[in-house]
Design a protein around this ligand. Sequence first.
Ligand SMILES: Nc1ncnc2c1ncn2[C@@H]1O[C@H](COP(=O)(O)OP(=O)(O)O)[C@@H](O)[C@H]1O
Ligand SMILES: [Mg+2]
Length: 251
Amino acid sequence: MSEAGLASDAAAGEVLLETVEMQTGYGDLRVVRDASITVRRGEITVLLGRNGAGKTTTLRGITGLNKVTGGSLRYLGEDITGIPAAKRVRRGISYVQEGKRVFHDLTVEQNLLLGGFSTGVGKRALAGSVEEIYELFPILAEKRMLAAASMSGGQQQMLAIGQALMAKPQLLILDEPSQGLAPGIVKEVMQRVHALKQTGIGILLVEQIVQDSVAISDRVAILEMGKTVLSKPASEVTVEAIQEAYFGSTA
Ligand SMILES: Nc1ncnc2c1ncn2[C@@H]1O[C@H](COP(=O)(O)OP(=O)(O)O)[C@@H](O)[C@H]1O
Ligand SMILES: [Mg+2]
């Protein structure tokens, strides 16, 4: 596939990412024992679970920051278990880490440009990419020359997402973008994430906020103590059922 090709050219619904009983952790400590998650192009899969369930660790296995020690990890039909993290980025996996902070002293535009450097494309192409991000997030265009520090938490989260999009991902992974945001802002961030589906990428969204995240998602997976306890199309699960799976074992 052409590196420069737009993700939206490819067939919607194609499986981008599939983990089957994936295991990962830290050194000898196996935190994730069975992560079974599917993400399709043009769709959002939300991975829910309580604090400490292993969501972030799962993402670290997928992105190559932590070693996958069992099960399978497939991306675009290929086993990528042995591929280093930097190569996964180049293959189109972009990751916005939990509590991701942008560079406060740099302007919005400088932050975006930084996100595109790893792609190795020229200045002109980068400028074009920045304009695409501004179309997706008009607030970033408005504040392009201002220091990132001058923006609100929600706006900084959009900047972090914009920065990740500068790498032209096929698969965008977001770890709790709602973290630390007021409820009204959470809804706006979720709407922006939802709109990204139209660019033809697939999104793996990790959240603790159930209702707002499920509302924008196509698939729902729930992780409990390192195991996927539910994985279904969003249309087949009610928020009540999710909350039951989510809180059931704590009762
Ligand atoms: N760097 C680390 N070293 C060892 N254990 C860790 C590390 N980071 C997280 N853990 C452990 O892994 C488990 C899952 O953490 P995490 O994946 O961050 O959960 P979540 O993102 O669902 O809140 C927790 O029990 C946590 O203590
Ligand atoms: Mg986490």
